[in-house]
Design a protein around this ligand. Structure first.
Ligand SMILES: *[C@@H]1O[C@H](CO)[C@@H](O)[C@H](O)[C@H]1NC(C)=O
Ligand SMILES: *[C@@H]1O[C@H](CO)[C@@H](O)[C@H](O)[C@H]1NC(C)=O
Ligand SMILES: *[C@@H]1O[C@H](CO)[C@@H](O)[C@H](O)[C@H]1NC(C)=O
Ligand SMILES: *[C@@H]1O[C@H](CO)[C@@H](O)[C@H](O)[C@H]1NC(C)=O
Ligand SMILES: *[C@@H]1O[C@H](CO)[C@@H](O)[C@H](O)[C@H]1NC(C)=O
Ligand SMILES: *[C@@H]1O[C@H](CO)[C@@H](O)[C@H](O)[C@H]1NC(C)=O
Ligand SMILES: *[C@@H]1O[C@H](CO)[C@@H](O)[C@H](O)[C@H]1NC(C)=O
Ligand SMILES: *[C@@H]1O[C@H](CO)[C@@H](O)[C@H](O)[C@H]1NC(C)=O
Ligand SMILES: *[C@@H]1O[C@H](CO)[C@@H](O)[C@H](O)[C@H]1NC(C)=O
Ligand SMILES: *[C@@H]1O[C@H](CO)[C@@H](O)[C@H](O)[C@H]1NC(C)=O
Length: 388
């Protein structure tokens, strides 16, 4: 199906953007620019929000997505093949994209039950379709140890309509479910990437980029002011998430944490080099630039992972990178436990495959899950370096 619906455009995804970025990559103006463009593509990937569907344990019936809310969501079977070895996971509930909202509590409960066997942290991208409340309700009903970084996904070209709409959703969620399960409020997903791509600049500290930064900063400041006025029992961190090459110095001075998309796939890395490349990029670019600020936001990897398939065979490899389950396994084996040992905070991208991304973007976009879209684990073994 052709990309459609306001959010598709609102969220800055256009085929033109993708084409432009690839062209820019081809010009290889400089190594830094190329890396920036690659990260931009990564960012594109990141835009796709994780779809959350009813989790079905491996032997359960495939009609589980139609199940009603369980009478006691805190009682559920544990899958012996799952280990809580991930610092965090990237998640977007299924049906949380306007205009086709459909996210529901029974699906989100199943997702939280499953993800709680892999991690104690998840991140959301936006707040549309009641997803913030659903996730917090599901965490509380399942009684699992889960911290959620909630998100507000503003758009630079809509007179702030999307931001304000999601601000109201977040307000409702906090009033209903409190802040105990919230790790932070992420204002912006690839905001600078999208703004800069539209403006044709790849330097996040250029004069043009600084203009985009002011739009994002206004939303960050507004979120802080709204949170303050709620007089919450604990102060919530406020951060932003963007492609790793798109952090602006003025934005970094306004945030408590910076979530950075760092994808070896888009940097044309071989699978053997992938984990080291991610670590090296994150340390030399994001950790270094955070340390160079006065505010010193906490650097986190917002997304890293490896795709296992492609809607379009010619896009199933990217230079030396190849989208296969064997390669996802290698990336899991080489990245997860090493990153844990290094104390790197990361949100693995992602919980499950998202068919709407395939429909909207083609290529590998819909194939980054640890699970297929039906919640069956891919043919992979989860690393066993369990965290707290
Ligand atoms: C929840 O949404 C899923 C699609 O995401 C759908 O298959 C399921 O029937 C819905 N469940 C309920 C109880 O509405
Ligand atoms: C919950 O997980 C956090 C890490 O996200 C850990 O620090 C904490 O000890 C865990 N709490 C319990 C009760 O297990
Ligand atoms: C949003 O989800 C919460 C949590 O499950 C629920 O209580 C509330 O009724 C939902 N709101 C809407 C408008 O569906
Ligand atoms: C932009 O939004 C503001 C309110 O937030 C409104 O006053 C103004 O009319 C809007 N501008 C346009 C062009 O829609
Ligand atoms: C946020 O704060 C503004 C005033 O700065 C207020 O008008 C608005 O109602 C608040 N919204 C929420 C959701 O708290
Ligand atoms: C460090 O920060 C200053 C002030 O924002 C900036 O001018 C400089 O380019 C930064 N240096 C690096 C290596 O990021
Ligand atoms: C796959 O992508 C390539 C490169 O963008 C394009 O030339 C080709 O037409 C696409 N094929 C299909 C079936 O979409
Ligand atoms: C990618 O892997 C598949 C499956 O192993 C293989 O058939 C294909 O030739 C590989 N493609 C590239 C470009 O290496
Ligand atoms: C962990 O740290 C080592 C030593 O600095 C580095 O070589 C390696 O790439 C890092 N791995 C990850 C996944 O962070
Ligand atoms: C889930 O999807 C995968 C991939 O399409 C498929 O191989 C598997 O049979 C499906 N599992 C169930 C229980 O439907």
């Amino acid at each position: 199906m052709a990309p459609s619906g306001p959010n598709y455009y609102e969220y800055g995804w256009t085929q033109d953007n993708r084409w432009l970025e690839k062209q820019e990559a081809a010009t290889k103006r400089s190594k830094r620019v190329v890396i920036g463009v690659l990260l931009a593509l990564l960012a594109l990937i990141g835009i796709a929000v994780g779809v959350g569907v009813g989790i079905s344990q491996s032997h359960k019936s495939s009609s589980s997505s139609l199940d009603a809310i369980p009478s006691d969501p805190s009682k559920f079977d544990k899958d012996p093949d799952l280990f809580r070895s991930f610092y965090g996971l990237a998640y977007t509930p299924e049906g949380s994209q306007l205009p086709d909202c459909g996210a529901n509590l029974s699906d989100v409960i199943k997702d939280i039950q499953l993800m709680s066997q892999l991690t104690t942290r998840i991140r959301l991208y936006g707040a549309d379709c009641n997803q913030t409340s659903l996730v917090m309700d599901a965490i509380q009903q399942t009684k699992v140890n889960m911290t959620v970084y909630i998100g507000n996904y503003p758009v630079s070209t809509d007179n702030n309509t999307a931001y304000l709409r999601q601000r109201d959703e977040i307000d409702i969620a906090i009033k209903a479910f409190g802040v105990n399960n919230i790790g932070g409020v992420t204002v912006g997903n690839e905001f600078m990437l999208n703004y800069m791509t539209a403006q044709g600049t790849s330097d996040p500290n250029s004069a043009i980029a600084n203009q985009g930064a002011q739009l994002l900063i206004a939303d960050i400041d507004d979120t802080r002011s709204n949170l303050t006025s709620l007089d919450l029992p604990k102060e919530l961190s406020v951060g932003t998430s963007d492609a790793g090459s798109y952090f602006n110095n003025e934005v970094m001075e306004k945030i408590d944490y910076m979530m950075c998309n760092v994808h070896a796939w888009f940097a044309d890395q071989t699978i053997e080099q992938a984990a080291g490349w991610v670590s090296n990029f994150f340390q030399t670019v994001n950790v270094a630039e955070a340390a160079n600020t006065t505010r010193k936001p906490q650097p986190l990897i917002a997304e890293t992972g490896w795709p296992t398939g492609s809607a379009n065979a010619s896009l199933g490899f990217n230079g030396a990178a190849n989208a296969t389950e064997d390669n996802l396994q290698i990336f899991l084996n080489t990245f997860v436990c090493a990153a844990n040992a290094n104390g790197t905070g990361y949100f693995f991208f992602e919980y499950f495959d998202e068919p709407w991304k395939t429909a909207a973007f083609g290529g590998v976009e819909g194939y980054w899950g640890l699970f297929y879209s039906n919640r069956t684990l891919k043919n992979i073994k989860i690393p066993t370096c369990v965290l707290d």
